[in-house]
Design a protein around this ligand. Structure first.
Ligand SMILES: [Zn+2]
Length: 278
């Protein structure tokens, strides 16, 4: 009779137990417990009968010298390679998608930046164009004003005769410019015709123009008048033909200048101050 009893099919430990030590695969233990078996005591170096059986089978298979079918092995390898390749391709594709997405985002950002830059450049160009147009318009207006405000000689091809001053015991408040009858008589500058007609005071066919600066010019003894009262005239505009009408001793233009429609001043001096030398 054995002096030690035990339950189940386990042999007693070959050497003194060092405690409850189990070296059993988890799967085996699980199946063993499921089968209602209880492992009481097992040495660290001992295998359960089940484990030992499995080991024996494994050894037997190895002992038979069985080798894997080369084709099957190749196929399995290929499958693994294929699977790996598929995984790699999937990963690569994913990476490509990520890269493409990032690239698309970058391209979109660059396109937006380029669009913003182009829009800014266009806005700047429009602004510059508008400023250039405004400047051109301003300069054109200045040139037009300068043209409107320029002063010119009333006639060309004249001879200076009686000047501003005393003559024959009376004041001659004008400059006489002798010229053939029918010589063009022109406005000194821009202005408005304030008299155009026959003078009862000896000026014959007489024209008065109030200019843009308030100065009034008189031109007398004309043979013919070409403008009417209220008419706007430009510098150098033809307003009459010279003659010898009224109190005149010969064909000439009698020119008077009245600053601010006041007293007459010496025409040559006044015109010289305005850039016109008679
Ligand atoms: Zn005169």
């Amino acid at each position: 009779m054995p002096n030690a009893s035990y339950v189940g099919r386990h042999r007693p430990a070959a050497k003194p137990s060092r405690g409850r030590r189990f070296v059993v695969p988890v799967a085996l233990l699980s199946s063993t417990v499921t089968a209602g078996l209880v492992i009481r005591d097992a040495g660290a170096s001992e295998l359960s009968p089940e484990a030992a059986a499995m080991k024996n089978v494994s050894n037997s298979v190895a002992g038979l010298g069985l080798t894997a079918d080369p084709d099957a092995l190749a196929a399995a390898t290929a499958n693994r390679a294929g699977a790996r390749s598929s995984r790699d391709m999937a990963r690569d594709a994913k990476n490509l998608i990520v890269d493409a997405t990032a690239s698309a985002s970058s391209a979109a950002a660059q396109a937006q930046a380029a669009a913003d830059k182009a829009a800014a450049a266009q806005a700047a160009a429009v602004k510059a164009k508008a400023e250039a147009a405004a400047k051109a318009k301003r300069e054109a207006a200045e040139r037009a004003l300068a043209r409107a405000h320029r002063w010119v000689s009333p006639v060309s091809g004249y001879t200076l005769t009686s000047g501003f001053g005393w003559r024959w015991g009376k004041m001659h408040p004008a400059q006489d410019l002798a010229c053939p009858v029918g010589t063009s008589v022109r406005a000194l500058s821009s202005g408005t015709v304030i008299f155009a007609g026959w003078s009862n005071e000896g000026y014959g066919n007489f024209v008065k123009i109030r200019h843009w600066d308030g100065t009034v010019s008189w031109m007398a003894h004309n043979s013919r008048l070409l403008v009417s009262v209220g008419e706007e005239v430009a510098p150098g505009q033809l307003v009459a033909y010279s003659g010898s009408t009224g109190n005149s001793t010969g064909p000439h233009v009698h020119l008077e200048i009245h600053p601010d429609d006041g007293a007459a001043v010496a025409p040559r001096t006044w015109l010289a101050d305005h850039g016109v030398n008679l």
